[in-house]
Design a protein around this ligand. Structure first.
Ligand SMILES: [Zn+2]
Length: 376
């Protein structure tokens, strides 16, 4: 039975929420933990609250995956005199690592905003505020044929998806030559004589921001003392990604009916909305969490309504002035759906990666901190 290390799990989580996608102000990724530590139980939650950390420790978890970052601002001290300090101490004492996926997962194809759109029947989505396309490079490595699969498998977590396809690579047959010099310790061949080796030319697309990690994985998996590899800049445009989504409902419905649908399907017991209840909604912009700042992007996209959380009074007045409907489903309700999604995807990717005994549990103790009068 293969035992997963925290670094193995991080590699898998990076496929769900690629770190290169995170907004510059964000702090997603590994928050706390020893990358070499063994992990056989994982909990997924929206926030690393004291109750969540306590639940993860009581369930003998070694890793907590959260949406919101544990550490958002630089810390000057980690003291048990503060709530966050106590939480960090408790996690370290209990051997609990924490990884947060935040804006990487918000923006990722198949991430939180795509999940929200699917849940609400909004199809044909494109990003509401597109990010600049990621810079892509082609990584080409020359590998002895017996080691092709080992090197290819090590590089898959770093390869870019092609649309809905992951693990994309190409390998061609060829012959490598080299003469080991006096100070070499060759894996194949002898010092001073020309060696000819059947090799494979392995090619993968890699995001420029992840190239360093990919080369490190290549060098670790390659049998040669000096693996040969090339990096080519590409003119290909990467996948169009960005904050929020805009798409269409299968058929137009009234704003009141769409709001009721959102309230039911998330569920969102504290939902409120701005606009004429009888106005028809077909094109929908959405952004999980706090997305009222995307109101003008929603207007530019031609959407009939923007659905998000954390809407303020003046956002509501702006929406009225701009003639767009605005639905506030609540920060918690628009994002808590990530717990089941990330849990299920992580579990199936762990099984595919040869760690079927590594168990993923959804956190059961989270709740919306806001109480809504009509729901009581
Ligand atoms: Zn959030």
């Amino acid at each position: 039975m293969k035992i997963a290390k925290l670094s193995d799990i991080l590699g898998i989580i990076n496929k769900i929420a690629p770190p290169g996608l995170a907004e510059s102000w964000d702090n997603s990724g590994l928050q706390l933990g020893d990358p070499t530590a063994a992990v056989s139980r994982i909990m997924v939650a929206l926030d690393a609250t004291p109750a969540v950390v306590e639940s993860a420790l009581a369930s003998s978890c070694h890793l907590l995956v959260t949406h919101h970052p544990l550490i958002f601002k630089p810390q000057k001290s980690i003291s048990t005199a503060t709530p966050q300090g106590r939480l960090i101490h408790a996690a370290i004492k209990g051997g609990l690592a924490i990884i947060s996926i935040h804006t990487s997962y918000d923006i990722a194809s198949g991430g939180l905003n795509d999940l929200l759109a699917r849940r609400l029947g909004v199809g044909g989505c494109v990003p509401l505020r597109p990010s600049p396309s990621p810079e892509l490079v082609k990584l080409v490595a020359f590998v002895p044929k017996e080691h092709l699969e080992r090197v290819r498998t090590a590089l898959f977590p770093h390869a870019e998806n092609l649309g809905a396809y992951r693990d994309c690579s190409f390998a061609a047959t060829g012959e490598g030559t080299f003469t080991p010099l006096d100070d070499a310790t060759p894996f194949i061949g002898t010092v001073g004589s020309l060696e000819r080796v059947p090799e494979r030319r392995l090619e993968l697309l890699v995001c420029r921001s992840g190239l360093g990690r990919a080369v490190k994985a290549l060098v670790a998996a390659h049998p040669y003392e000096e693996p040969a590899f090339d990096v080519y800049p590409l003119l290909n445009e990467g996948e169009k990604l960005g904050l929020g989504r805009v798409g269409r409902l299968e058929r137009p419905v009234s704003l009141a009916d769409f709001a009721a649908r959102v309230g039911e399907r998330l569920p969102a017991p504290g939902l409120r909305y701005v606009g004429d209840p009888a106005a028809m909604v077909e094109k929908v912009a959405l952004c999980s969490g706090s997305g009222a700042s995307l109101l003008r992007d929603a207007v530019r996209s031609g959407a009939d309504c923007l659905l998000t959380g954390d809407v303020k009074y003046h956002d509501a007045r702006d929406a009225e002035d701009l003639g767009i409907a605005l639905i506030d489903a609540g920060h918690f309700s628009s994002e808590h759906i990530m717990v089941a999604d990330v849990g299920e995807r992580l579990q199936s990717m762990l099984t595919e990666s040869g760690y079927p005994d590594c168990e993923v549990l959804p956190c059961r103790v989270e709740y919306d901190p806001f109480r809504y009068c009509q729901a009581q």
